[in-house]
Design a protein around this ligand. Structure first.
Ligand code: GDD
Ligand code: MG
Length: 355
């Protein structure tokens, strides 16, 4: 079975992390987000994956190439203009062969895809939507179902008074080729606003399949940080200090810490996990890092404190600076002694329309 992953969104809400990095490439446990999704699809027997993209496609193609490193056959389907969520699937029709999967490219779901596909086959649905429970359905697509699991109504981003269920569209669909005939070619079309309502109106069987596994949409920096911490915490492995990392004997670790072997950790450093440190980072003497994600090549000078924050590539944090509950774009220099946060987002000097 083949799959289409929608990776064309601009990742606006994830800024400043997405100013120079496509949403699909933001690192999760030091590997691009998309790599986790591709590995999961491979594990469920998907052979060919169409990446439907537009914005910032080059870094994705450069990293993944033909997909052989991850073990799937990758096809790039690049839109000239954004075609929404369904338009790109129509554009990729030539690569689809029979029943197929569609995934929102910003969702991490630890779902049993094989069982969803099997249920789809048994029910005779033209489309089966994986569903997940959430506390606030108003920022998602809400699905109302019959007792048998047949979708009766789909409402995208309902107003609070319209919410009738906490089961939302998890952004993973199994579809029959017939659905493609409901997507006009060459124009922006949304599953959520156009195709699902049209299928329901035509009386076509659409089913929901509730899942209980871990699910997150990494739409915001907070969610992105959460995914990293959850994934690292879940493994609950002891602090990792690969042989190659230069760790001063007085440095102290607690909880799960991901530390690549080309990092340098100075005297008296304290790292309280879960924490993810990217390749080639340096943590200067006396610095404290907790519940945070550092991308590659960042430097904490002496006696810095970073908590509940995300710091993108190649930042330099001056001596004694304190960063709390904040998000730093790439290539930023923070002055010695600076106090940043809580709740601050700092934009990089390039990207996001800066230059
Ligand atoms: N190729 C392409 N082209 N991809 C696109 C485009 C486009 O024009 N527009 C959006 N996408 C991709 C985004 O990159 C993302 O992976 C996916 O489509 C969904 O778009 P979002 O902008 O993230 O939508 P959302 O999170 O507000 O809502 C969607 O996801 C929810 C689950 O996270 C909807 O499908 C909701 O119904 C759903 O509950
Ligand atoms: Mg989303």
């Amino acid at each position: 079975m083949n799959a289409v992953i929608l990776v064309g969104g601009e990742g606006t809400r994830l800024r400043p992390l997405t100013c120079n990095t496509p949403k699909a490439m933001v690192p999760v446990l030091n590997r691009p987000f998309l790599e986790h999704v591709l590995c999961q699809l491979k594990a469920h027997g998907v052979r060919t994956v169409v990446l439907a993209l537009g914005h910032l496609s080059q870094p994705i193609e450069e990293y993944f190439g033909d997909g052989s490193n991850v073990g799937v056959n990758l096809v790039y389907s690049v839109e000239k203009e954004p075609l929404g969520t369904a338009g790109p699937v129509k554009l990729a029709e030539q690569y689809l062969d029979g029943r197929f999967l569609v995934l929102n490219g910003d969702v991490f779901a630890d779902f049993d895809i094989t069982s969803i596909v099997a249920a789809h086959g048994r029910s005779g649905a033209v489309a089966t939507l994986a569903l997940t429970p959430v506390e606030d359905p108003t920022i998602y697509g809400v699905v109302e179902m019959s007792a048998e699991g047949r979708v009766k109504r789909f409402v995208e981003k309902p107003r609070r008074e319209e919410v009738t269920s906490n089961m939302i569209n998890a952004g993973l669909y199994v579809m029959e080729p017939e659905v493609l005939s409901y997507i006009p070619a060459g124009t922006k079309v949304m599953f959520e606003h156009n195709v699902f309502p049209a299928l329901l109106k035509a009386g076509k069987p659409m089913f929901g399949h509730a899942q209980t596994g871990y699910w997150i949409d990494i739409g915001t920096p907070q969610k992105y940080l959460q995914l990293n911490l959850d994934m690292l915490g879940k493994d609950a492995h002891a602090p990792q200090h690969p042989a190659g990392a230069l760790v001063h004997p007085t440095a102290r670790f607690s909880g799960s810490v991901l530390l690549p072997d080309d990092c340098i950790v100075g005297a008296g450093v304290r790292i309280a996990g879960p924490a993810v440190i990217g390749p080639s980072c340096q943590l200067g003497p006396g610095s404290v890092l907790s519940r945070s994600v550092l991308w590659s090549g960042s430097l904490l000078s002496e006696n810095c404190s970073v908590s509940a924050s995300v710091i993108a590539d190649q930042c330099v944090i001056g001596t004694g600076a304190i960063i709390d509950n904040s998000v730093l774009g790439d290539h930023l220099a923070i002055a010695p002694g600076a106090r940043i946060g809580p709740g601050v987002k700092l934009w990089p000097k390039t990207g996001c329309g800066a230059t």
